[in-house]
Design a protein around this ligand. Structure first.
Ligand code: CP
Length: 320
C-alpha cells in the first residue's frame, strides 16, 4: 500500500481534465508517478484499490470507442467505483435533450464523475463549466484527447528511460482533424521533445508551425532519424471534402512500410492510438512487429486513466 503522505503529495487542484494545453510539467509528472503505482498494482495482485470506493462514474460516449471507453471503465472498476454506461443511441439525447440537460440530470442522480466523448470540439469544457462534479474529456471533436496523449507519453517515457529532451517524434497522417495530434503536440512540447508533423499538405497545413513544430510533406524526410513515429488514421467521419485523390494513393505515398521504417533510428518504435487501418497508414507486418508498442499503449491507458480519475476526484472532494 502506498503511504498517505505520498498520496497527499500526488494531488492537484483541477476537478476536470479537458486538454493537455495548460498542463504543467509538475502535473504531468504526478500523473506519471501515480500511473507507475497503479500500473504495478494492475500487474501484481490485481486487487481493487479503494480510492474511488462508493463513487459512481458515468461514462457518456456520443461517438464510438473501443479502447478509451473500456480503459476508463476498467480504471473506474479498479479504483473501486461503480460505473454506469450511457449509450448515446438509447439516451434521451435522441429525443432532443441538450448535452447540458443530460449532464445536469446525471448530476441530479448523484453521480460523482462524468467521462464524456462528443463529436463537438468544446463539448467537454462546456459540460465541466456547468456541473459541479469532475468531467474528464475522452475526446471532443478535433480539439483534444488528453488521456490518449498522456498514455502515449507514458509509453514513450518507459522506452526513453524518462528523458524526452531532444527526442525526435514524428506524427504522421491526418493531423488536421486529429484531437490526438493536438493533445500530443502540447504535451510532448512541455516534456521537451522535438516534433515533426507529416502528411499531405491538405492534412498538414503549414500553420501548424506556429505551435513550435516542424511541418514536413515528404515521408522519407519526416521519418529519417526519428526516435518514434506515431501513425494516425484518416478521419473520414470529420472530413467534409476530399483531401487526397484515393486511399491507395495515400497508402503508397504516406503509408509506413518496411522500406520507410528502415529510415527510423535503430531502436526507434512505432505507435498508433488505434483504430488502425491496416495497409493504409501502416503496413500490417509493422503493426505486429517487435518495433510496435501499440498494444502497450492500450495497456498503459488503464493506469494513466486511474491516475487522472483519482487526481480529479480528490480535487473535487477538497473543493466542496
Ligand atoms: N484511441 C482511441 O481513442 O480509440 P477508441 O476510439 O477505440 O477509443
Amino acid at each position: 500500500m502506498v503511504s498517505e503522505d505520498l498520496m497527499e503529495r500526488l494531488s492537484w487542484s483541477r476537478k476536470d481534465l479537458i486538454s493537455t494545453e495548460d498542463l504543467a510539467r509538475a502535473e504531468i509528472d504526478k500523473i506519471f508517478t501515480l500511473a507507475d503505482i497503479f500500473g504495478a498494482s494492475l500487474k501484481g495482485d490485481k486487487a481493487k484499490l479503494p480510492y474511488l470506493k462508493g463513487k459512481v462514474v458515468v461514462s457518456l460516449f456520443f461517438e464510438p470507442s473501443t479502447r478509451t471507453r473500456t480503459a476508463f471503465e476498467m480504471a473506474a472498476h479498479k479504483l473501486g467505483a461503480d460505473v454506469i454506461s450511457v449509450a448515446s443511441n438509447i439516451s434521451s439525447s435522441v429525443k432532443g435533450e441538450s448535452l447540458k440537460d443530460t449532464a445536469r440530470n446525471i448530476e441530479a442522480l448523484m453521480a460523482d464523475m462524468i467521462i464524456v466523448r462528443h463529436s463537438s470540439s468544446g463539448a467537454a469544457k462546456y459540460l465541466a463549466d456547468r456541473v459541479g462534479i469532475p468531467v474528464i474529456n475522452a475526446g471532443d471533436g478535433a480539439h483534444a484527447h488528453p488521456t490518449q496523449a498522456l498514455l502515449d507519453a507514458f509509453t514513450m517515457r518507459a522506452k526513453f528511460g524518462g528523458d524526452f529532451a531532444g527526442k525526435k517524434i514524428t506524427i504522421l497522417g491526418d493531423i488536421l482533424f486529429s484531437r490526438v495530434a493536438r493533445s500530443n503536440i502540447y504535451l510532448l512540447k512541455t516534456l521537451g521533445a522535438e516534433i515533426t508533423l507529416a502528411g499531405p499538405s491538405t492534412l498538414v497545413p503549414g500553420e501548424f508551425e506556429k505551435l513550435g513544430v516542424r511541418v514536413c510533406h515528404n515521408l522519407e524526410d519526416a521519418v529519417s532519424g526519428a526516435d518514434v513515429v506515431m501513425l494516425l488514421r484518416i478521419q473520414h467521419e470529420r472530413q467534409r471534402s476530399t483531401y487526397f485523390p484515393s486511399i491507395s494513393e495515400y497508402a503508397k505515398i504516406f503509408g509506413l512500410n518496411k522500406r520507410t521504417a528502415s529510415l527510423l533510428k535503430p531502436g526507434a518504435f512505432i505507435m498508433h492510438p488505434g483504430p488502425i487501418n491496416r495497409g493504409v497508414e501502416l503496413d500490417s507486418f509493422l503493426a505486429d512487429s517487435g518495433r510496435s508498442v501499440i498494444l502497450s499503449q492500450v495497456t498503459n491507458g488503464v493506469a494513466v486513466r486511474m491516475a487522472v480519475m483519482k487526481l480529479c476526484m480528490d480535487a473535487a472532494e477538497k473543493g466542496k
